[in-house]
Design a protein around this ligand. Structure first.
Ligand SMILES: [Zn+2]
Length: 281
């Protein structure tokens, strides 16, 4: 175990020290179990700790790779770009914020959508990118979500969404809140073709996304320990003036109380989705 005796290389990298930063990217510490894990192992397990099963966030491109058949994804509506209808500014102008987030994430918006195959079955699919402004839902995200359902309607195929979102995008004010109604209405139209809608809630799914289409799935799946809810626990405790039970708003608690249907490990997600779609469509 000579590797592990070299504790020096496992320390956090110091700025400007090339060797140290290479070592840090080779190994990393799991937030849940505290064990040092080999980064390549962690990546091979789709960002799940091979020792304790902690599900870390998975970038959107890897998520699509995980759930869709090889090379089957065709991105659509990628040309839609967020606007700044209110000319909003907080500590930074919304326009500037969008520009810098787009540059850092390599994404145009917090939602990527299109068509693809899951275990050989055509689906209309959309996935949130939490790395883009906390996966918040502004008017373009809302439009893209609505189009996932519109496309599923036109093509007569199931719809599948993967949500991880902080909720409404406050920089777009009421226009952002309107997306809850808009996406729910689009979903309702899609119901006419009697194809399933599977909603997968990832960590975390909160606010206006949880309170609209994400919780309207025919089947609602969550990843282990995902935080799912509308308002944060502190706000609820202050409002109802009661202490909340342990594990409140976690996937396991919600399944126990009938709010979601199943918790599926990332390694089994594609296979379970394939089974579901085979049974329901
Ligand atoms: Zn771990």
């Amino acid at each position: 175990m000579a590797w592990f005796s070299k504790t020096k290389t496992l320390k956090a990298p110091e700025a400007g020290v090339k060797g140290a930063s290479q070592a840090a990217s080779l190994w990393q510490k799991c937030d849940a179990c505290g064990e040092v894990i080999y980064t390549q192992d962690w990546e091979r397990h789709w960002n799940v700790c091979p020792l304790c099963g902690q599900h870390d966030p998975l970038p959107i491109r890897r998520r699509l790779e995980l759930v869709l058949d090889l090379d089957s994804f065709q991105e659509l509506d990628g040309e839609l770009r967020p606007q700044d209808p209110l000319g909003f500014a907080d500590t930074k102008k919304y326009k500037d914020r969008l520009r810098s987030v787009a540059k850092n994430s390599g994404l145009a918006e917090a939602f990527v959508s299109g068509t693809g195959l899951i275990e050989g079955r055509s689906v209309s699919v959309g996935c949130f990118a939490f790395e883009f402004m906390g996966g918040s839902m502004g008017s373009v995200v809302g439009e893209k979500v609505a189009r996932v359902f519109d496309r599923a309607f036109e093509l007569r195929v199931p719809a599948v969404t993967f949500s991880s979102s902080g909720g409404a995008r406050m920089q777009e004010g009421v226009l952002s809140l309107m997306q809850m109604a808009k996406t729910s209405a689009a979903l309702n139209r899609f119901r006419a073709v009697r194809k399933p809608y599977v909603s997968v809630m990832l960590h975390p799914t909160t606010g206006g996304v949880a309170a609209s289409f994400a919780w309207l799935g025919d089947v609602i799946i969550a990843e282990p320990k995902a935080l799912i809810g509308f308002a944060g626990p502190r706000v609820i405790e202050q409002t109802i003036r009661e202490k909340l039970p342990a594990g409140f708003q976690r996937a396991e608690f919600l399944r126990e109380h009938g709010m979601i249907d199943a918790i599926v490990k990332r390694s089994e997600l594609r296979q379970k989705l394939g089974q579901l779609l085979a049974l329901l469509s």
